[in-house]
Design a protein around this ligand. Structure first.
Ligand code: F6P
Length: 543
């Protein structure tokens, strides 16, 4: 229910010069409007009206680590989520609450556990939460990554559900709730929670006194169908936690439907599928699709920079075999959901079917080690090594290796340079909520060249329909896609790339954030707007 203060906020806005027509303009869906950094900035400046803006995630956007010589380095982790949220935080100047996981993180924070980031041009506050190793084992490695990750991704990796991990998960959610409430200090705030690490946090915030908070959560991974979710032993508690949100976002409509259906069959709640809303315990949760994206303009500009040009040359020095050959590439965390062994197997099939390409194609695979304490990830590393060794032994020559496997973190400039060098780029995830690397590849190709091979089982495939689509489980489809990519005429590449670039430029990260924020603000102002007899379709959420 709307409070007096909330109403005052709206009236304050109007008093401050934002007439109600202007307000409606802001709240109207932005489909016809161009979203960019400036527009998001304006929205935040004019509409936050003194509310705090707080993002919560497990992975922090900047990690402080000591390098081999003992010097503290600040690095950006390999996380699409962190990359997407950074520009929004720069525009809002808010607070980002995250797990301080770096070995030098404690050395750079102030007495409140905060540090301004990015170090070179501080734009927002990072509040670090300390999760001790035992708790991290149960909360992050256990319940989040051995339980919920395989449950939601459906890659046929069996999830593990240990009661002690569930306890740790609850405890960690409580730690984060305390940190968020310390940051809001009872004031009006928009709290924007990320991902599957914090299913219980929204309900906890409500119960622990966060009455003046508008709470939204974005689920960065897929939401499975009801049958799959049934396997989760504490399903009711988890769903009830999520229904503490005012707004719950998924990448695509299909995941929203799965969620509504899951709740409908698991909990006592009123599920309105037409309006995509769930009422439970007197509280309403709106469930909406918000396809996440990238900062297209910034990525396009970076791709054209002298820095990236120089990095392209460095790739040839580092891997001399690339010169004079066709280049294929993939970049991702080393995760079983990404389908790396399947891809290498597909390449093996390609060389079998097309021996004329032996010696003429180099495939660069960047696989950043991730969650490597877990047995399933260790097994995946072994599977990748084994597949790469097999293909290189089988087809390689003393001067040429078909696959170059690089298991290390690369900065944005080096990754962009590899995008630009690639004749084709492969994303064949077995399942992926969105996949932002596919969009980054498209943004990097201002030359309108290069072919994207994209799994049907990524959220991105709904938007990038000009990619060459593959079923990642079908080795012959991967092999055929490589052949299609290598023989596609420049004119066809251009037509496809141009359409994909238009799509990503339009559906950029500012639109994602703008629509989410607009939806959050609308929740707070709904009663005022109804007084003005605004037709409901004015706020239709489809972009
Ligand atoms: O996008 C899903 C996600 O789990 C993010 O939450 C996360 O930052 C990213 O993948 C990388 O995973 P992790 O943070 O576990 O290394």
């Amino acid at each position: 229910m709307e409070t007096k203060t909330q109403r005052g906020g709206l009236q304050g806005l109007i008093k401050n010069g934002l007439r109600s027509t202007k307000l409606l303009e802001w709240l109207r869906p932005a489909s016809g409007v161009r979203w960019d950094r400036e527009r998001l900035h304006q929205l935040i400046q004019s509409r936050l009206d003194g509310r705090k803006f707080i993002v919560v995630s497990n992975r922090e956007p900047f990690i402080h680590r000591r390098d081999k010589s003992g010097v503290i380095q600040c690095i950006r982790p390999a996380s699409g989520m962190a990359t997407a949220l950074h520009p929004i935080m720069m525009a809002s100047g808010g607070t980002w609450v995250a797990h301080g996981a770096g070995d030098a993180d404690r050395e750079v924070v102030d007495a409140q556990d905060c540090v301004m980031v990015p170090p070179e041009a501080p734009g927002y506050k990072l509040r670090r939460v300390w999760v001790d190793p035992e708790l991290e084992k149960g909360f992050y490695y256990g319940l989040s990554n051995e339980g919920l990750w395989p449950l939601c991704h459906i890659t046929f990796t069996r999830p593990e559900f240990r009661p002690k991990d569930w306890q740790a998960y609850k405890e960690a959610n409580r730690l984060f709730a305390e940190a968020v409430l310390e940051e809001t200090q009872g004031e009006r705030a928009l709290v924007f929670i990320q991902d599957y690490h914090f299913c219980l946090l929204p309900r906890m915030l409500r119960e622990m006194g966060g009455g003046r908070i508008i709470c939204a959560q974005f689920w960065h991974i897929p939401w499975p169908n009801r049958e799959v979710f049934r396997a989760f032993p504490w399903g009711e508690e988890l769903l009830d936690g999520l229904l503490g949100n005012d707004l719950l976002g998924f990448h695509i409509h299909y995941h929203c439907q799965n969620f509504l259906d899951t709740v409908d069959r698991s909990l006592e709640a009123r599920v309105d599928t037409d309006r995509s809303e769930i009422a439970r315990r007197g509280h309403l949760t709106r469930v909406r699709p918000f396809p996440i994206s990238i900062d297209f303009e910034a990525d396009s500009l970076l791709a054209q920079s002298a820095e990236v040009q120089a990095a392209m040359e460095r790739w040839f020095q580092r891997l001399p075999g690339l010169r004079g050959r066709k280049i294929g590439a993939s970049i991702e965390r080393l995760d079983y959901s990404k389908g790396i062994p399947q891809r290498i197997h597909g390449l093996e099939h390609f060389f079998e079917q097309h021996p004329e390409w032996i010696g003429k194609l180099c495939f660069v695979q960047i696989a950043v080690p991730s969650r490597d304490h877990l047995a399933s990830y260790k097994a995946e590393q072994e599977a990748v090594d084994e597949a790469v060794d097999r293909v290189n032994d089988r087809f390689g020559t003393p001067e040429w290796q078909p696959v170059c496997l690089l298991k290390e973190h690369h900065g944005p400039v080096d990754m962009m340079a590899l995008h630009r060098l690639a004749d084709f780029f492969m994303v064949n995830s077995l399942h992926d909520g969105m996949n932002l690397v596919a969009k980054e590849f498209v943004a990097s190709r201002g030359d309108e060249r290069g072919v994207l091979i994209l799994s049907h089982f990524t959220g991105a495939s709904r938007e990038l329909s000009q990619a060459v689509g593959v079923n990642p489980y079908a080795v012959e489809q991967i092999s055929a896609a490589v052949s299609t990519a290598l023989t596609m005429s420049p004119a066809r590449q251009q037509r496809r790339m141009r359409l994909m670039r238009e799509q990503v430029a339009h559906q950029n990260v500012y639109r994602w954030a703008g629509r989410l924020l607009t939806a959050m603000l609308r929740i707070e102002h709904l009663d005022d707007l109804e007084e003005e007899n605004v037709p409901e379709e004015t706020f239709a959420d489809a972009a």
